[in-house]
Design a protein around this ligand. Structure first.
Ligand code: FES
Length: 381
């Protein structure tokens, strides 16, 4: 008999309210903080085709999904993006495109608008082309600015997303100023999370607490100045706060990610955890994967929590933190997230933070996302 689904106050009553389609891991950029798997190239030949993605969309709606993110890799690498947006819109999703902006021509933007796309999240890493281009490993800055202007010009609600790390954190004020000039209403400064490529580069990327506090001060100044004209999202990351994040609002609570090969996961990083069985929508119905699979039930709810979480008054707020971070740092995804100051493994986070304060000139160059780069990194490693 399947185990009773443990209900959480935030779990959308058992529905995967947020569906993320990782349409492809292909991408023209080489970001050193990418959260795609290190072996991303192996997935290109196994991507779901258009009809298979439509099946995922139908099944997701039947499960109660409403918010839909087209993401990747770069979803614009897929020629069927417009067709899938139109299909999703037709069956009642609120559709979001999460993009680097590379490949977003006016023609495609108009086609996406006609297809019913509701919102676009565009990433931009810096205000200067030499910095953006060096960080993403391509001549991308000018293309990204063009994309931002086009998105605004065609009246899309837009979120500007700036992934934040040591190399660009000092540009937060300039970024707000630039975004305000363009009339962008929502900007998210996303302190990067250390999985996959970002974990490989963690010592080089992690900002210091001093840098983060200064960034917070700058953000607060701009919030006061701009008032309701712009919403600015910025929070001090978990590794400096001593409190774990409520990752995904709890494992298998409201988030459902489908990877390019159709594997359904509670989060984009879950495949980093060994010993779990990952199954594709090609093998099993999405409904079974969500409700019944061991993968989704393994850390769902609160019953599985170890100490000190199980007797902690915060457990309904943070659910013991992030399973992937717990595995990557402690070797066991069932441990309390070491970002928590009460975790017996908290020293691992403190040690990583101690490395972050070393002067940047003594560091290794960033490993850029590419098959060759990861081989080199492991050979040196
Ligand atoms: Fe996988 Fe947090 S990223 S649970």
């Amino acid at each position: 008999m399947p185990k009773e689904h443990t209900g959480l106050s935030l779990d959308g009553q058992g529905k995967p309210l947020w569906l993320s389609l990782e349409m492809t891991y292909r991408c023209p950029l080489k970001c050193s903080w990418c959260n795609n798997p290190l072996d991303f190239e192996d997935y290109a030949a196994r991507e779901l085709n258009t009809e298979e993605w439509k099946g995922v969309l139908r099944d997701g709606r039947e499960l109660g999904a409403l918010q839909l993110g087209f993401t990747g890799g770069e979803p614009l690498m897929r020629d069927d993006l417009e067709e899938l947006v139109a299909y999703a819109d037709g069956i009642g999703y609120y559709t979001n495109l999460i993009t680097s902006g590379i490949g977003l021509t006016e023609e495609r933007l108009l086609a996406l608008k006609a297809a019913g796309l509701k919102q676009i999240q565009l990433s931009l890493q810096a205000t200067k082309s030499e910095v953006t281009d060096a960080l993403v490993g391509a001549r991308a800055h000018a293309l990204k600015l063009d994309a931002a202007r086009l998105i605004k010009q065609h009246g899309f609600p837009m979120v500007l997303n700036m992934p934040v790390f040591k190399q660009n954190i000092g540009m937060i004020g300039e970024m707000v100023e630039w975004a305000a000039g363009l009339g962008i209403e929502y900007i998210e400064f996303a302190n990067i999370q250390y999985y996959n490529w970002a974990l490989l580069n963690r010592d080089e990327l992690m900002p210091t607490l001093e840098q983060l506090r200064e960034a917070e001060r700058v953000v607060n100044e701009w919030r006061a100045k701009l008032g309701k004209a712009m919403t600015i999202y910025f929070v001090i990351p978990d590794y400096y706060e001593g409190r774990p994040k409520a990752c995904m609002n709890g494992w298998g609570a409201i988030h459902l990610t489908v990877a390019p090969d159709g594997v359904a996961m509670p989060c984009q990083e879950a495949r980093a955890i060994p010993g779990l069985e990952f199954q594709s929508v090609r093998e099993k119905p999405l409904s079974w994967l969500w409700h019944e699979s061991d993968l989704f039930r393994k850390y769902r709810g609160l019953d599985w929590l170890p100490e000190p979480c199980s007797s902690c008054s915060e457990k309904e707020k943070d659910f013991g933190g992030c399973r992937c971070q717990a595995f990557l740092l402690t070797g066991d995804a069932g441990n309390t997230d070491p970002a928590c100051s009460r975790s017996p493994h908290h020293h691992l986070v403190q040690e990583a933070v101690a490395v972050a304060v070393k002067p940047i000139r003594f560091r290794k160059p960033l490993v850029k996302r590419s098959a060759q780069a990861v081989e080199t990194a492991f050979m040196e490693g």
